[in-house]
Design a protein around this ligand. Structure first.
Ligand code: GLU
Length: 550
């Protein structure tokens, strides 16, 4: 008996690996093109860190005329959730991330390097495992979980490294005939890699983000094919990233310590390894100390959160690029209106220690992003959000679309657009005073400096009787508020008031605030003239009369 016979006995139907090498040829891409992949497991919701990785993969492929692949790593079928792939595909789509190749729904895929779901690549992994067995670089292991547990206990008692390696790797030296007999007797087994590494030797590696790193060589005989015939992550990583001709593996830095193993696997399989970039985990600042964003504790860990809150996908993507690359912020400052696709992401400018996720900053980015949207886009997006999460908002927006559009257009589409909205869930609050049925319920007027109701009533009465004309242009409208100020003993200009504060009761700003609060309930709103133009004469008179008791 030799290795070939053992290999044939274990995988009688596996193809020669040459078949796959020809079936998945080198890609014919322009020089420098990056082939990247996002490779999540369908085991739960998409985490913000996953989205972060996906954005980076997509961006790098796009800007280099490469290929971005979405591969589903479903080899741990016990942990799989129903519709897990569709959930990933849709979550990414929500953020404008669609793969060039890979899964596009629960069951459909596109591209010539598939299948893109690992559970459907069993025959491929087995062919490569078989080739390793033939070369004496992999072997069947018959150890039961109890035996493995015993080994672990012994190692613990002796205070030595745990694992299946060296003298502890019992079946590593099992004679082929014995292995064959066991298989023929129906004993259960898995396939292990026969490591040629030595723990006392070091390997050096250059990671694109982390720079030069040094680790002891791998000497563990890791499992490559499990009892269910599916591969482990490590083995599938080597086979898939080779056959999909991936050039850059960008993944979370929890994998960096697997580098010695992965490089050894690539070597044993005769593959050229990809370039690796290990990204730092996104952190959260909690009372001054950093910790990982946690699925359990932080609602913002799930990407669905941004959807539910109504934070536009453009803002989330922009913010994530912000924390991905230190040169993003200066680029944005210099290119205020440029589309994000013009920004060139550089892997070597990634943060080495964990970037801190800051919700305040995200909302700030979002305000800027939304400020550049047209009223039409804001209308459509907030309506979509309202239809799903807020029926009242939906009603406001749809009962009179043109009216809603005029409101949303206040201070927009100009040089200095308004920047007071950071998410769709704020829209209702920001427009509700424009709706009589909502405003009528309002009893809270945020009057400011002038708070004496008699004074307020006098100001408003005078305004409506003597100065208000809905047909005035903006300049005339404001001049009249100045005239009213003067008549009431307030300075026409803030400057005048500051020079001689004793001479006046206040200034024009205090007067316009009274009008603003009377009409909207609030002391802070966008442009009052525009608001009044939209409210119209009748509503203005009615709202002022309500306060004056008339
Ligand atoms: N399925 C692995 C994970 O979700 C992928 C890691 C990788 O990108 O290689 O962690």
């Amino acid at each position: 008996m030799d290795y070939n016979e053992l290999a044939d006995l274990i995988f009688p139907n596996a193809k020669e690996i040459e078949y796959y090498e020809t079936r998945y040829p080198e890609r014919n891409l322009v020089e420098g093109a990056m082939v990247t992949r996002f490779a999540p497991s369908p085991t739960g919701f998409v985490h913000i860190g996953g989205l972060f990785g996906g954005i980076i993969d997509k961006k790098l492929a796009e800007q280099s005329n490469g290929v971005f692949i979405l591969r589903i790593e479903d080899t741990d079928q016990k942990r799989e959730i129903e519709n897990g792939t569709a959930q990933i595909v849709n979550s990414l789509k929500d953020f404008g991330i669609e793969p060039d190749e890979g899964m596009i729904s629960e069951t459909e895929e596109k591209g010539n390097y598939g299948p893109y779901k690992q559970s459907q690549r069993k025959d491929i992994y087995q062919a490569y495992a078989k080739s390793l067995i033939k070369r004496g670089l992999a072997y069947p292991c018959f150890c039961t979980p109890e035996e493995l547990e015993k080994i672990r206990e012994k190692q613990e008692a002796a205070k030595i490294r745990p694992g299946y390696y060296g003298i502890w790797a019992k079946d590593r030296t099992l004679p082929i005939d014995e292995a064959v007999n066991k298989i023929k007797n129906g004993e259960k087994y898995i396939i292990r890699f026969k490591s040629q590494g030595r723990e006392d030797r070091k390997i050096k590696h250059k990671d694109i983000i982390k720079g030069n790193i040094e680790f002891p060589e791998n000497d563990q005989d890791i499992v490559i094919i499990k009892a269910d015939g599916l591969p482990t992550y490590h083995f599938a990583h080597a086979v898939d990233d080779h056959l999909m001709r991936v050039t850059h593996v960008i993944r979370g830095d929890e994998w960096v310590s697997s580098i010695p193993l992965h490089l050894e696997l690539f070597k044993a399989l005769g593959f050229r390894p990809p370039k690796y970039a290990h990204t730092a985990t996104i952190m959260k600042d909690e009372n001054g100390s950093k910790r990982k964003i946690s699925k359990r504790k932080d609602p913002e860990a799930a990407v669905s959160y941004y959807h539910e809150e109504g934070i536009p996908q453009e803002a989330v993507v922009e913010y994530l690029l912000n924390i991905a690359n230190s040169n993003f912020e200066p680029w944005r400052r210099a290119n205020k209106d440029a589309d994000i696709s013009e920004f060139e992401l550089q892997l070597n400018k990634m943060s080495v220690s964990g970037a801190v996720f800051d919700m305040v900053k995200l909302l700030d980015v979002s305000k800027n992003v939304i400020s550049k949207f047209t009223a039409e886009k804001i209308y459509n997006e907030s309506l979509k959000w309202g239809q799903r999460y807020d029926k009242e908002l939906e009603k406001m927006l749809t009962e009179d679309k043109e009216y809603a559009m005029r409101i949303l257009n206040i201070e927009r589409g100009n040089e200095k657009p308004r920047k007071d909205i950071s998410k769709w869930s704020e829209i209702k609050h920001s427009i509700e005073y424009m709706y009589n049925d909502v405003f009528e319920k309002n009893t809270n007027y945020e009057f400011q400096k002038i708070s004496d109701m008699n004074e307020i009533k006098t100001i408003l009465k005078k305004y409506i009787e003597k100065y208000f004309d809905i047909n005035d242009d903006k300049q005339t409208w404001f001049d009249k508020i100045k005239d009213l100020s003067e008549e009431m003993g307030y300075a026409r200009e803030v400057k005048q008031y500051k020079q001689e504060p004793d001479k006046y009761k206040g200034h024009v700003g205090d007067i316009s605030t009274v009008i603003r609060v009377a009409l909207t309930g609030r002391c802070n709103t966008p442009d009052l003239y525009e608001i009044m133009q939209i409210l119209g004469k009748e509503t203005i008179v009615a709202r002022i009369n309500k306060i004056c008791g008339g």
